[in-house]
Design a protein around this ligand. Structure first.
Ligand code: PGA
Length: 265
């Protein structure tokens, strides 16, 4: 397994500040006991909580990165209601999630804009966590791999080798996300991840392609986390609902630490 194992959560549009800090308090009580240096934790709050959460994590010396859920691609300007990469950098965020299917679907984000966001994030020292996913129709038509490889290649278009090594890619099947979703089986996820890995190696060369972290997301929970991570090209998990309770998140970290690090020693 490639090190580290990435385990993180986006809160989506949940948790006003009081709840955000309560999550952090639980994290401070539990994470240090259950994690290991080969696990890379991260949390992606809504914009308004990024700075307080980052400051809490820093003050408590917790091994957890913070990120934002979106940003605008422009440096600055007349973009009412938007947030730039430079602004995110001031919040303590080191990651930025780009192209989640909820952004693509509800806010019409297209592949070309996501590519511009990736370039802008990297110019400002933020690591893009690029989300790609196939729809239920695409799965039925058996074009899942073509669809997500295309999304990934456009998102990464024009990056240098050193830049692409700063990116992370999350495969998040749209049919697997949320209350109505059914998680991908480990076999389904593995097949898509293998196709993504091949495309990365074909585009950027084997050495670079092998090193780009590929995360799986979509109804990840305590029951399926380990089996998903056993798949060769799955380097991490991007968790929604199952990690919104900090105890739930820490239990997943604990189980993964036990299975992949302590038992391997
Ligand atoms: P979920 O969300 O784990 O609640 O399905 C996943 C995601 O949207 O990243």
């Amino acid at each position: 397994k490639m090190k580290p194992i990435w385990l993180g959560t986006s809160w989506k549009m949940n948790k006003p500040l009081s709840q955000a800090l309560a999550w952090c308090e639980t994290l401070a009580q539990r994470l240090p006991q259950v994690t290991h240096p080969d696990i890379q934790s991260f949390v992606i709050p809504p914009f308004t909580a990024i700075h307080p959460v980052s400051r809490f994590i820093q003050q408590h010396h917790l091994p957890c990165l913070t990120g934002a859920q979106n940003m605008h691609e422009a440096e600055n300007g007349a973009w009412t209601g938007e947030i730039s990469a430079a602004m995110l950098q001031e919040t303590g965020a080191t990651l930025v999630e780009l192209g989640h299917s909820e952004r693509r679907g509800a806010f019409n984000e297209c592949d070309a804009a996501i590519n511009q966001k990736v370039h802008s994030a990297l110019r400002h020292g933020l690591r893009p966590l690029i989300c790609i996913g196939d729809s239920a129709d695409e799965k039925r038509w058996q074009v899942s791999q073509e669809s997500v490889v295309r999304q990934m290649k456009i998102a990464l278009y024009g990056l240098s080798d050193s830049q692409v090594l700063q990116t992370l890619v999350a495969y998040e099947p749209i049919w697997a996300i949320g209350e109505q979703g059914t998680p991908a089986t480990p076999e389904q996820a593995a097949a898509v991840h293998q196709a993504l890995r091949q495309a990365l190696c074909a585009t950027f060369g084997d050495e670079t392609g092998q090193r780009i972290p590929l995360l799986y997301g979509g109804s990840v929970n305590l029951q399926n986390a380990v089996e998903l991570l056993r798949q060769p090209d799955i380097d991490g998990l991007f968790i929604g609902r199952a990690a919104w309770d900090a105890n739930g998140y820490c239990e997943i970290v604990q189980r993964v630490t036990q299975e992949f690090i302590l038992q391997a020693q």
